[in-house]
Design a protein around this ligand. Structure first.
Ligand code: PEP
Length: 253
């Protein structure tokens, strides 16, 4: 089963409007329009429109880093997935470890966000991953199974708008990248969980990205694993010098 690799940049709460726009132009020109890999960028909300304009002419998809689980109403400071769609956003990142562990989002809240984002016609990139103490206690697969239950919200026919990012919390922003073997083992389990929730045909097609201290030096080896279909990149997505080698690490790119 061939799955088109995806390289995604999560810019978190970084960059100015000018720098985000310039980086978008650089990434748009590095990506262009191609069929052998996809590229997504996730700027902060307030830069979305500037980035959207600077991605024109490329096939880079525009992503938001989060959304709320209600369509509209008295939710001061929150953003509806319908608002994101209305301003040209293609995809939303949900369940990032910083949302789960710094902002305290629960599995139930994340599942509700998945449901509404799909209803709003966005793509969803659902992040899952274990903390170091969970890995050390032998609980990694249990944690993944619990977090992957959000897929129960995906109605038949909508699964092609969902991707998963496996991001072990201990590898995010630490330089402690997972070995290719650890990544492959977890990705195979994530694929089993996709099959358990949505069936084997969906599991065979769904892209699973690895995230956590990906750089130009380790990307090719990670991407060569059979169940690693791309990378979600934080720190190394903030300059074209660091991001372009990761884009280029996709086989045949
Ligand atoms: C992330 O935040 O999604 C991430 C993977 O960060 P980093 O690449 O910096 O580890």
């Amino acid at each position: 089963m061939s799955r088109t690799p995806i390289i995604a940049g999560n810019w978190k709460m970084h960059l100015t409007k000018r720098k985000a726009s310039a980086l978008a132009r650089e990434i748009a020109s590095a990506q262009g329009v191609r069929s052998n890999r996809r590229c997504y960028v996730f700027p902060t909300y307030v830069h979305l429109d500037h980035v959207r304009r600077n991605l024109r002419g490329s096939d880079v998809k525009l992503g938001a880093q989060n959304c709320w689980h209600k369509k509209e109403g008295a939710y001061t400071g929150e953003i509806s997935p319908y608002m994101l769609r209305d301003m040209g956003v293609d995809v939303v990142l949900l369940g990032h470890s910083e949302r789960r562990h710094v902002l305290g989002e629960s599995d139930a809240l994340i599942a509700d966000k998945v449901k509404l984002a799909l209803k709003a016609k966005l793509e969803v990139m659902l992040c899952v991953g274990e903390k170091i103490e969970e890995r050390e206690a032998g609980l990694t697969f249990e944690v993944l199974a619990r977090q992957m239950k959000a897929l129960k919200m995906v109605k038949p026919g909508l699964a092609d708008r969902v991707t998963i990012a496996y991001e072990p919390v201990w590898a995010i922003g630490t330089g402690a990248v997972a070995t290719p073997e650890i990544a492959q083992e977890a990705h195979a389990e994530v694929r089993r969980q996709i099959a358990a929730n949505l069936g084997p045909d969906v599991a065979a097609k769904m892209q699973i990205l690895y995230g956590g201290s990906v750089t130009g030096s380790n990307a090719a080896e990670l991407l060569s694993q059979p169940d690693v279909d791309g990378a979600l990149v934080g720190g190394a997505s903030l300059t074209i010098d660091k991001f372009a080698p990761i884009l280029a690490a996709v086989q045949g790119a």
